[in-house]
Design a binder for this molecule. Structure first.
Ligand SMILES: NC(=O)c1ccc[n+]([C@@H]2O[C@H](COP(=O)([O-])OP(=O)(O)OC[C@H]3O[C@@H](n4cnc5c(N)ncnc54)[C@H](O)[C@@H]3O)[C@@H](O)[C@H]2O)c1
Length: 292
């Protein structure tokens, strides 16, 4: 893969898909954002545009760069529109059958050299790759949330990933200005093995009254140097996603530190999922999935 501009299809216009679409469009790649749900697609496109508008307002990106990034972006609900993609980045629901089926359908639409990347957090890359007739082209690329701000991407080959796909993936991530860390196709890769128990312990600290959400967020920023505190981050991640990832890791690894504290269940039951529902630990009065 050379370093010129590519056509990238991003599947799923939710929190991760819209963040990954920002990354692709900013890097100069033609970016096709795909979702099966029109409303979610519209919200994802608004989130990407809002990210660049905000960047200009805050002086973090110049207006011409933002215009050119937004011009690289288009949205579709028609899988057939993804035919020109050189790279597909899958960020749909964390459901093995759905991911396998989607890759299987794409086999008949895109070229045989198109890379298939999956952003799964907890499923096996090998399992997802088995949905494609060409599992050699499938690579796990796990972006950190929020994808446009965090540099790290974990790269995990499936059992049948071919060398060309692995190498092309690392080259491609370079074009995005990302830092790649190669890991194994194991539950939670590297980051979620530490992040999920740590987020659970922050929720536990809040629930047991050690501090307020504001004081814990401030303590983590100030003492640990994190760019945002755990509750601002969890509001972007989504409590539904946190619960799902935590439970899946608990089921696979059987370690109590992965099991989500009771507050998680109450927030999910109340629909307080974070930015995506306008309320999580904090309240939000705009429609965007991330960004200040
Ligand atoms: N939220 C996080 O912090 C985070 C971090 C890293 C990885 N991930 C992983 O990224 C993936 C997406 O997570 P998310 O938080 O963005 O979820 P999300 O619920 O915010 O968004 C998922 C989107 O996928 C769409 N979708 C569902 N089925 C589809 C299909 N067949 N084709 C196209 N679109 C479809 C939905 O309409 C929705 O808009 C999951 O695999 C998740 O485990 C999440």
């Amino acid at each position: 893969m050379n370093t010129t501009s590519h056509t990238v299809a991003v599947l799923g216009a939710g929190t991760m898909g819209s963040g990954i679409a920002c990354v692709m469009a900013r890097a100069g790649h033609r970016t096709l954002l795909f979702d099966v749900d029109e409303t979610n697609l519209g919200r994802g496109l608004d989130t990407v545009r809002g990210f660049f508008d905000n960047g200009v307002r805050k002086g973090k990106i110049d207006a011409a760069q933002a215009d050119s990034a937004v011009a690289n972006l288009s949205g579709t609900t028609d899988l057939g529109d993804l035919a020109p993609a050189d790279v597909v980045v899958e960020a749909i629901f964390e459901d093995l059958d759905l991911k396998k089926e989607t890759f299987g359908r794409l086999d008949g639409i895109v070229s045989e050299r198109t890379l298939f990347h999956t952003n799964t957090s907890t499923l096996s890359v090998t399992g997802i790759a088995s949905g494609s007739r060409l599992p050699g082209r499938v690579v796990g690329t796990h972006y950190c949330n929020p994808a446009p701000l965090m540099k790290l991407v974990e790269v995990a080959d499936g059992r049948h990933t071919e060398g060309w796909a692995h190498d092309a993936t690392l080259e491609f991530l370079d074009t995005l200005g990302k830092t790649s860390v190669v890991t194994k196709d194991r539950p939670g890769f590297i980051v979620n093995r530490f992040l999920i128990p740590w987020e659970n312990s922050c929720i536990d600290a809040l629930e047991s009254g050690v501090g307020t959400k504001e004081s814990i967020d401030a303590a983590v920023r100030g003492a640990l140097g994190h760019p945002m505190g755990p509750f601002r981050l969890l509001d972007i991640v989504g409590m539904d996603i946190h619960k799902q990832v935590a439970m899946r890791l608990y089921e696979q690894l059987r370690e109590p530190r992965f099991f989500p504290p009771p507050m998680v269940e109450r927030m999910v039951a109340a629909g307080d999922l974070g930015r995506k529902t306008g309320r999580g630990f904090y309240e939000y009065d705009d429609n965007r999935l991330f960004g200040s």
